[in-house]
Design a protein around this ligand. Structure first.
Ligand SMILES: NC(=O)c1ccc[n+]([C@@H]2O[C@H](COP(=O)([O-])OP(=O)(O)OC[C@H]3O[C@@H](n4cnc5c(N)ncnc54)[C@H](O)[C@@H]3O)[C@@H](O)[C@H]2O)c1
Length: 253
């Protein structure tokens, strides 16, 4: 989708985006660059970032390859921003095989929590000193339909995405007097490269009928990028602590 926009909401601004190599993160980077931002895009996949960089003719895109579950990657992302971060989009995330509690292994739980939740906290913590000094900043976290209900994923993913909402509200509360905003989007189903195989027959049987009835539509990554960039931009200046569902109405059922 092209946005032949005269809108340059991010001119002169530096924005960090995680999960930049694919899906929602990638579409967010494309939209940001079109609207004048300097973007630091991070992903675990060098190949995906290289492909994106080649497609973006703008020289305002810097990529950082690394696993965001390590503090070392977080510090490299921060360093690439060169002392200025106007906005941060925590987009990277992974699924959990739809495992229910009685089939959940520690490795899946720990991995999902570290990527979907701990990395969000760490990158937020890393950019806050710059945003506080500037008395301005906008952070957008990507939660999920699974952050709103128990019937959209496995229990590790569902827990991590509910926790992202708690962290979003806490961050919004603490820094609203300082001009720093923090919001979340809750996507429904979006066509991306996210790997979502069912590793549980029990979950398939229990969740299957709910997913079929309740997922009203599959959105594009660009639909989500539109919501995320709105929250990142000054267009949403009076909005903080909000959880914006972009789900075709799923959460209204
Ligand atoms: N696709 C959906 O239906 C859907 C629905 C609700 C929420 N979400 C959320 O949206 C976000 C983006 O997902 P997507 O659907 O665009 O997925 P995607 O797999 O297409 O893109 C995610 C990107 O994040 C990267 N990534 C994964 N783990 C990483 C790590 N540890 N360190 C650095 N990069 C890492 C991947 O390499 C990938 O390029 C996720 O948080 C996901 O939970 C997606």
């Amino acid at each position: 989708m092209s946005h032949a926009s005269s809108t340059q909401r991010f001119a002169g601004k530096t924005v960090i985006v995680t999960g930049a190599g694919s899906g929602i993160g990638r579409a967010t980077v494309v939209r940001l660059v079109q609207e004048g931002a300097s973007v630091v895009g991070s992903d675990v996949s060098q190949e995906r970032l290289d492909t994106l960089a080649a497609e973006l003719t703008a020289s305002t895109f810097a990529s950082v390859v690394g696993d965001i579950s390590s503090e070392e990657s977080i510090q490299r992302i921060l360093a690439a921003a060169n002392g200025r971060v106007d906005a941060l989009a925590n987009v990277a995330g992974i699924m959990d095989g739809f495992l229910p509690p009685h089939e959940l292994d520690d490795a899946t739980w720990d991995r999902v929590m570290s990527v979907n939740l701990t990395a969000v906290m760490r990158l937020t913590r890393a950019v806050l000193p710059l945003m506080r000094a500037a008395k301005s900043g906008s952070i957008v976290n990507v939660s999920s339909e699974a952050g709103l209900r128990g019937s959209a994923a496995g229990s590790a993913y569902t827990t991590s995405k509910h926790a992202v909402i708690g962290f979003t509200k806490s961050t919004a509360f603490f820094y609203s007097p300082e001009g720093i905003r923090c919001n979340a989007v809750a996507p429904g189903a979006v066509a991306t490269n996210i790997e979502a195989p069912f590793r549980s027959a029990f979950a398939g049987e229990r969740l299957g009928p709910f997913m079929q009835v309740m997922v009203p539509s599959v959105a594009t990554a660009e639909h989500l990028a539109a919501a995320i960039t709105w929250l990142l931009s000054d267009d949403s200046l009076n909005v903080t602590g909000a959880i914006l569902a972009s789900d075709g109405g799923w959460s209204a059922i």
